[in-house]
Design a binder for this molecule. Sequence first.
Ligand code: NDP
Length: 401
Amino acid sequence: MSDILVIGAGGVGSVAVHKMAMNKDIFGHITLASRRVHKCQEIADSVSQRTGNSIDVAELDADNVSDTTQLIERVKPSLVVNLALPYQDLAIMDACLNVGVDYLDTANYEPRDEAKFEYHWQWAYQERFEKKGLMALLGSGFDPGVTNVFTAYIKKHLVSDMKTLDILDCNGGDHGQHFATNFNPEINIREVTAAARHWENGQWVETPALSTHHSYDFPEVGARNMYLMYHEELESLSKHFPELSRARFWMTFGDAYLKHLEVLQNVGLTSIEPIMYEGKEIVPLQFLKAVLPDPGDLGKTTKGKTCIGNIVSGKQNGKERSVYLYNVCDHEDCFAEVGSQAVSYTTGVPAMIGAAMMVEKKWHKAGVYNMEQFDPDPFMMMLNKHGLPWQYIDLDQPLGF
Ligand code: NDP
């Protein structure tokens, strides 16, 4: 059993900590640290009530490398699981290097003043982790995360000669609010309003944000409009599977969400450029986050299902094949189990599984890695066992668009 330090007491952190506490054969003592300790305490109370297990809590500003280093030295975990925000990734990796402890996260580093999420900042840590014999696992959520493992699984078992990859992220849930994001609003809106980018014939093709969409009939959800977007796993997947001639990412949005987003953009509230307000500098998007519903509270009212998966076309044993590998997750079932909606659940469970892979040394190599660089089979087995069962179907033909 290995002791764990989780940083970040938001929607995802809550699910991951509940699931770790439910698996005491894998995880030893759990410490949850975050900027506001009362958020950690609320999660600790729920963990104790639901699982009968207790966890420790701590207050931490993870932007501060020295404070994080001191906390890691005190807790002595074998792994630090970073479920705070992408802004903290590098600071937490530095602290892990200072103490000599492994690292895991669910989202790649993004500088605060530039809505640009790319792996190069974290891949640059490869040599430092390798030299110290430490491992960093990047992007162990659902997308990125499970979608990377799905791609590796498809290549290993279903379509050995992959040509095209489409990742389809559908949230068919309804939270009953006029406008809310289903994970951190600031990160979510930065992602959705960025230009779309996909990989085609060895280069990135950029199109205006939300300008390409198609309707798709999702299993157990039904027809939804999905929009072409850039998503961070495209960068590592196109690098690690150079045989892919095209890799795209799609996400569903309802008309009401898009209408609100358009208005908020038009009035300048999604901007990350600081403005002066009553003598104080504020970032409009951060102000917007403060007035939007907390994604962690949406679980109580959200009904419906998510369906996230990969469609890959190519050849298996010399014959054309297209498969669709996906998971369907029910918002209400997640809430009943851990008190969170499915978007936090589908991210927190893979974070727990990635942590299990590392502490049980099923996946363990010195250096900085993306999920698709390891054997997908043990991870896929744990998905089935821990609340995210998957299945695949053969499609008659590749996607027609
Ligand atoms: P939340 O905003 O709900 O939670 C983030 C938590 O981190 C909050 O508790 C926040 O504290 C804390 N935090 C923020 N800054 C600091 C800091 N400097 N020091 C310590 N703690 C800090 O976000 P989510 O739980 O929705 O998302 C967590 C992460 O998961 C994000 O990086 C997100 O991008 C990623 N994600 C990944 C997905 C995937 O599939 N791969 C999908 C969804 C999310 P406070 O409460 O005080 O604000």
